[in-house]
Write a protein that binds this ligand. Structure first.
Ligand code: SF4
Ligand code: SF4
Length: 433
């Protein structure tokens, strides 16, 4: 097994990295809110009425990309037109009051894998969540030749991907074979953090015991534990030595990257005819103690997940969706877990600090760590002063918002916030044109 990495980035001393832990199931909540848009693209069309009785797995929203299903049995209590979406704005959503019976509805019908993936609502999550059906359609159009399975955890302290591999290697291997068959390819790379030995040995074992299928000849590659190694373009660079063109996607160079959890849910949809009803999540941060892995039903309020992890209501801490470097703070823990939720991070009340940002001292540290080889000080500065054309000319849109620059800045300039603002202004301007 060879080892790979990318230039720049951060090697952080995180004791939890690479650790695998079993997933605890969070009990179903009394009330769940299920957004009808949980990936980029259009929201699903509502397929139930207020007052309808539903069972787990029943269809709530139809879409040509990824359907949405009930995750508890009970009564539809509300069809919400405007519910705060995880990626900003408002989305329609459906509220269900559980009857406590947890009865399952029917299974997915048919045998075509692509159709089962779409009907099963399988979504691939990276920086943004995308319908797997749409992603595979694009990969087929571009005649990709290689599949990369992303098993690197998204941020330091997040341990769910290493744990999925360690716990469910057989199911993941089956998902990889299904996806490879759909794409008609046999070249598979599985990238795993090299400090996750349990995950590496579990997937290596599952691949070597496979008699046929793409998994039997997959390359399992240990990658240096560096942030943001999980980013698609950096993974492709580390595994295949290929550069994704600026503004392009891995499919442009004949590669598609799919997350390990997506391979798991693909196997569940195609083999067991079960829709995607849950999300594997790590709950971490100094407000939690050692990180926990949980399996959570979509629609479960974040506060119920925290309570399951021993966090009492009124804890006063800061709740972040995602991880410590790239996550987004939320104001209310009433919002639900969705297919887009990559993790939950809780900062203790006493550790939340307001800090003044200083003036750039031109130390160059941010340039040194930027994995995209950008000039973070310049693009954030242009964005701060409203010079969006200059920010664009300096490639602000290639920033993957990994947070490395802001982490090392000695004068605490909130570069990622400025960059995010600049990107959204440029995109808004483009769409108005
Ligand atoms: S500029 Fe963007 S890609 Fe570069 S370090 Fe900062 S956040 Fe990461
Ligand atoms: S790390 Fe901060 S102070 Fe140093 S060059 Fe970058 S923006 Fe300026």
């Amino acid at each position: 097994m060879k080892s790979g990495t990318f230039p720049g980035g951060l090697s952080l001393p995180v004791s939890a990295a690479g650790v695998s832990k079993p997933f605890e199931s969070v009990p179903p909540s009394q009330t769940v809110i299920i957004p009808l848009k949980q990936h980029i693209g259009e929201p699903c069309a509502v397929s139930v009425k207020k007052g309808a009785e539903v069972k787990m797995g029943d269809l709530l929203g139809e879409s040509e990309s990824a359907a949405v299903h009930a995750t508890v049995s009970g009564k539809v209590t509300e069809i919400i037109k405007k519910f705060p979406g995880m990626s900003g704005g408002y989305v329609p959503a459906i509220g269900i009051e559980s009857d406590g019976k947890n009865e399952s509805g029917g299974f997915l019908e048919g045998s075509d894998p692509m159709s089962l993936i779409q009907k099963g609502g399988v979504v691939d999550s990276d920086v943004e969540a995308i319908s797997l059906h749409d992603k595979l359609t694009l990969a087929k159009e571009k005649s990709v030749k290689a599949l990369v399975i992303n098993s690197v955890d998204v941020e330091p302290q997040m341990i769910s991907r290493a744990s999925i591999l360690a716990e469910n290697a057989k199911e993941v291997a089956s998902g990889i074979d299904i996806i490879s068959q759909i794409l008609g390819i046999t070249t598979v790379y599985i990238g795993v953090s090299e400090n996750a030995p349990n995950a590496i040995s579990a997937i290596s074992g599952a691949c070597s015991s496979a008699i046929s299928g793409a998994c039997s000849s997959a390359h399992v590659v240990g990658l240096k534990a560096k942030h943001p190694q999980s980013m698609q373009e950096l993974l492709v660079k580390a595994l295949l030595g290929k550069e994704v063109p600026t503004g392009g996607s891995p499919e442009d160079i004949g590669v598609t990257v799919i997350s390990v959890e997506t391979a798991f849910f693909t196997a569940q949809a195609v083999n067991d005819k079960k829709p995607m009803l849950e999300r594997f999540i790590t709950v971490a941060g100094n407000g939690i103690g050692s990180p926990k892995n949980v399996l959570v039903r979509i629609g479960t309020p974040i506060k119920d997940v925290l309570e399951h992890c021993g966090v009492a209501p009124g804890h006063g801490g800061k709740v972040i969706i995602g991880g410590p470097l790239m996550g987004t703070a939320i104001h209310s823990a009433d919002i639900p877990v969705t297919k887009e939720t990559t993790g939950i991070y809780l900062q203790k009340e006493g550790d939340i600090a307001e800090f003044p940002s200083g003036v750039c001292i031109k130390c160059g540290l941010c340039v040194e760590v930027c994995p995209m080889r950008l000039m973070p000080l310049l693009i954030s500065g242009f964005s701060e002063s409203g010079s969006y054309a200059m920010a664009e000319a300096n490639d602000i849109l290639s920033c993957n918002e990994c947070g490395c620059c802001a982490y090392v800045c000695p004068v605490l300039i909130p570069m990622v916030q400025w960059i995010k603002l600049g990107k959204s202004e440029i995109r808004a301007q483009r769409s108005s044109e």
